[in-house]
Design a protein around this ligand. Structure first.
Ligand code: KIV
Ligand code: NA
Length: 278
């Protein structure tokens, strides 16, 4: 694929064209993101919950992330392919972070990585961008810290908690991040941060004033049965179609209506008779 995709994101931002980002965890999903092109396909660590049935993103390993990223990469053409750095792979210093990110790029075939955190990860962002790995930052609600945050809730509703989020976004931009995800923050704060930054912001639960929007695939498609956050909009009801498909198959097997003659292979009359004579 031509190495011009990060530039594409920057020019979309310059033209004030909203940037669309969808998560993908496997090959067919990646194909859909490429065929009806989104701008960025994100192998989010949300795959822990929605694709692997794990309790939280903190349970996801680097090997699991790479396995899925590689499948997504096989189906990705036009979108920029970004993959999350899993919990625990980038806190122990820039060397470890570079080592993990290099695996995500080389083995997972991602074109950029995303990591959660504020000023405390700025040096890591600097180290990754210095070796040519584009970094998407992620501030506001940080799912990898759900235990410390006592759950998944909106961040920065007071001036005292909003200010560190703004400062984090500015520090990460200075460190070289090419975009900043703003998760579950008040819309006015997200709009203000977007005005203060020169790189694009990608919102999730951050209102309409960001440079782009990201949602989790299963939330968009209506295949996630768990908690539905306030900021989720279901754009399709694939879950209902899946239920129809499974019920239909089981019913037709039970009553013998599947397969019918058209769905079966025949045999020449002469061959059949020869078989019976054997
Ligand atoms: O893991 C994920 O899906 C994400 C996006 C929702 C931003 O980080
Ligand atoms: Na994530």
């Amino acid at each position: 694929a031509p190495p011009r995709k990060k530039t594409t994101i920057q020019s979309l931002h310059r033209q004030r064209t909203p940037i669309s980002v969808l998560t993908a965890y496997d090959y067919p999903t990646a194909r859909a993101c490429s065929a009806h092109p989104v701008d960025i396909t994100l192998v989010g660590d949300s795959l822990a919950q929605v694709a692997l049935g794990l309790p939280a993103t903190t349970a996801l390993t680097l090997d699991q992330l790479i396995h899925h990223a590689r499948a997504v990469a096989r189906g990705t053409t036009s979108p920029l392919l970004v993959a999350d750095m899993p919990f625990g792979t980038y806190y122990t210093g820039a060397r470890d972070a570079v080592r993990a990110a290099v695996r995500i790029v080389r083995e997972g075939a991602a074109e950029a990585v995303k990591l959660e955190g504020g000023a405390e990860v700025a040096d890591t962002v600097r180290a990754l961008t210095a070796v040519g790995i584009p970094v998407m930052a992620h501030v506001g609600l940080l799912p990898q810290r759900h235990t410390a945050l006592s759950g998944y809730r909106v961040q920065g509703r007071t001036a005292a908690t909003a200010r560190p989020i703004l400062h984090a976004a500015l520090a990460l931009q200075d460190a070289g991040a090419f975009a900043v995800v703003l998760e579950a923050v008040p819309a006015p704060l997200a709009t203000y941060i977007t005005h203060r930054l020169s790189v694009p912001t990608i919102g999730i639960g951050a209102g309409s004033g960001t440079s782009g929007q990201v949602l989790v695939w299963d939330d968009v498609m209506g295949t996630w049965e768990g908690h539905k956050a306030k900021f989720v909009r279901r754009f399709a009801d694939v879950g209902a179609e899946v239920a129809r498909g499974v019920r239909g198959f089981v019913g037709a097997v039970s009553d013998g209506s599947f397969p019918d003659a058209k769905e079966s292979y025949g045999m020449d009359e002469g061959e059949w008779e020869r078989l019976l004579e054997m």
